[in-house]
Design a protein around this ligand. Sequence first.
Ligand SMILES: Nc1ncnc2c1ncn2[C@@H]1O[C@H](COP(=O)(O)OP(=O)(O)OP(=O)(O)O)[C@@H](O)[C@H]1O
Length: 424
Amino acid sequence: MPADARRPVLVTTFVRTLADGLKANLASLDAVTGADTGSSIEVTTVDALAHRIVTEAEGSAPNVLLDEEVLNGRWIAAAAATDVTCPPTRLRQEWENVILARGVRTVEDYLSVSRAGSAQALTRRQRLRVWAAVEHFLDRMQTAGERTFYQLADDAARYARAMSAGDLFPHVVVDEAQDLHPAQWRLLRAVVPDGPNDLFIVGDAHQRIYDHRVALATMGINVRGRSHRLRLNYRTSEEILTWAIALLEGQVIDDLDGGVDDLAGYRSAFRGTRPPTMHGYPTPAAELDGLVSTVRGWIEGGVEPSAIGVAARTRRMADAAARALGDAGIEVCSLDRRWRGGVETGTMHRMKGLEYRAMAVVDVGTRSVPSVHAVTPKTDDPELHAQDTLRELCLLYVACTRAREFLAVSWSGRPSPFLTSLAT
Ligand SMILES: Nc1ncnc2c1ncn2[C@@H]1O[C@H](COP(=O)(O)OP(=O)(O)OP(=O)(O)O)[C@@H](O)[C@H]1O
């Protein structure tokens, strides 16, 4: 770390829970070493960084549209108001993954932009219709005075490019790199001067749970020949890791830089005492009863409640799990809340980057995993269908690899197709 740095080293991660965890870990290290990383290392999320830069540049805090339902409603309205023929979800993907991702601002640019790496093929006529719908959407956003987080990152990147050297960071550490949108990469590229040790990036495309496939070279970030693959896992027992790797068998996963990655040689630092369990129940209520007895068993076996995580694909099911545990007298808290304490419950998305001694992943049945709402029907677009399905599989992989010693996967009705190839 530079001794005379006027600005702290920036560490960015994906969600507030992770940033809070990193800050707490740094504070614990400071307590041992006597260092003061609080003033030399700034930990934040990319969204919070974008928000701050835009607030400073515009003199007031931007309004970010957080409500997914409202956002989807805007795309539905945009599709209805124009004669676009593709579903609103595909329209949104086109906007996020092609137009905003490539920084396209005019219809002329859109008609000529490279679509390499995007699943959907569109004719010129279709693109003109899409553009009309996008303009409708942008008008509505502007009228409401709102932006999405990706738009915010895009705006922040433009402000950051105009910032003076004294406002830039000497070094930036980027965590959970696999899930950043190109606009967020443009922002991170812009807040640190290009040079030696400018960016330190960690990511794992096997854990990609959002839609963005970014080859870092296209973002002006050259990692070729300078990256290292970590193959020793210190978190997850050999038994759980072997099981989780089998989930991804046969999938082609990228290496964040246009190449293909693999899990060959990926291994655990320790053997556990129990293999993962997979258990099907006849009804959701029976599954929740099973969850309560599994969690109770862990607690009676000496696992602290706060070292137990419970994940579900939907918030509804995560909440149902929290209620079932609470009703059984088990201390429980939702990851949606700021306070912690007790068994932690949340959606699989919220589990990103966290770890628990014992992890229950519930409702992994045909009805929920993969989520029908998150997967384009095969008949609409086979390539997008495959892409969406892989993302859902990676989400399950992320949830299961949060476990250090104990993993219990359960469902009611029939098991998820992702589980059917795994032996119990
Ligand atoms: N060299 C090490 N020796 C012992 N334990 C380690 C070492 N490195 C990491 N760990 C432990 O392994 C666990 C996972 O580490 P970490 O959170 O850094 O992994 P990660 O790659 O970010 O995981 P993920 O991306 O899956 O969230 C943590 O409990 C951490 O303390």
